[in-house]
Design a protein around this ligand. Sequence first.
Ligand SMILES: [Fe+2]
Length: 222
Amino acid sequence: MKSQLKEKKFDFRTVQGISSNQLMQHYQLYKGYVQKINQIWTTLAQNQFSDPNPTYSPYRALKSAETYALDAVKLHELYFENIIGIKRTPYGNVLSKIIKDFGTYDNWKKDFLNAGKSARGWVVTTYDPIDNKIRNYLSDAHDQGAIWHAYPLLVLDVYEHAYMIDFGIDRGKYLNRFFENINWEIVERRYNNIFHQESNHSEPPSHSQHPIYGNRGWMTDW
Ligand SMILES: [Fe+2]
């Protein structure tokens, strides 16, 4: 089985306060990850692998690179998508849910910024159907720190390559620019799509309705 990805195109003209040079350098890096995952999949498809081994084997090296490269592609696409657009103010179901889970929007933002100053790679605001909560997670590499089956709502790249050209080592300034550019229409759409795609509900499903966790009888607060 051979699968190939094509890089997505993003119109960065709406992004304010981050230079086109910075964004295009970053985009080139993303394109490199697309090329690498295609190369990895081609190599896996065209070769027979003997002597698999957990310390070192060609198969293990390729499979480790596969998750690294593919997660890099997905995270960059989510990141680029959520900084382009014009809807800069939080609203809708996702804002209500943020306030419900964090008390206030500012509480969530403070936690997100703390994660942004602590992470070595990524910050991802997720919705997790295991307990119907939104949380901010940090990740030190593309393939580390992910929570299985938690849905990404907002993605922030804090690798130095995301801001060094414009802001040097001043990550705080970059975080402020990121917040000014968040496309809340995308964040709201991602949140609403979880329920439409999974169970055709416009509200979070009850524990008895959820297709994955529906039989978790000990979960009582959904
Ligand atoms: Fe990046």
